[in-house]
Design a protein. Sequence first.
Length: 263
Amino acid sequence: MSLRELFRLPSAELTEANKVVVVSLGELSVGVVMDSVKEVLRVSRSLIEPMPPLLARDYHLEDVKAICRLQDGRRLVSILSAERMFNVEELRKVVETEGVSGMTDAAADQADTATLDDEEQFVVFRLMGEEYGVPIDAVQEIVRVPDMLTHVPKTPAFVEGVINLRGVVLPVVDQRRRFGLPEAERNDRQRIMVFSLRGVRTGFIVDSVSEVMRIPARFIDETPDLSDEQRRLMRRVANLEAKKRMILLLEVDQLLSTQEAGR
């Protein structure tokens, strides 16, 4: 479904920036087309306030169930209610009348095979045009790169500095520098991916975060042994030949050595 259509907004041509967010409604799932996905946030419940009844009633904003106040109230994020946005009974009828009958035999066979095949879910990001994946469970959140980072003297060259993330000091690593790649100027597409490394929350700056992807196990192979560090950090690769994509799958706990994570 199109979120623009649901909100009665002007339609727009689809581009590479559009993303489909899958919303779970009990036994049903719905794909919702968004203009883009900017970040994944964990926020304190104290920052979330109910939607004022006056706005919900008079301005037909029933789908918005709460408002999240960020950056000391300078940034407001509307929190949508999936239950209010979709009529589950109507969706169930659509699935029953069109979902199965509209499938070709080949598509049905492919769907059955996909169901039986083991899958893993990864967050895919980019560095210098190459794609990398990390298990979704390892990603605590994804945030924008702030305008200013506090630089700390006598730290490794790949450490960009520290930021204040909701009251917690978060060390931030430049992933390009960590991999020995040429540096890039700061831009709006860059993101900080936050992982927990041996109990220490650490952020890594990447060029962009592309998508969350389910990859069947049959497309995942071991990487060739090219060096000790590569074997430790990138043990597997997803070879999506039909899409002409190859995604290097990183071992998150190996992004920093024990000595580096303990600094």
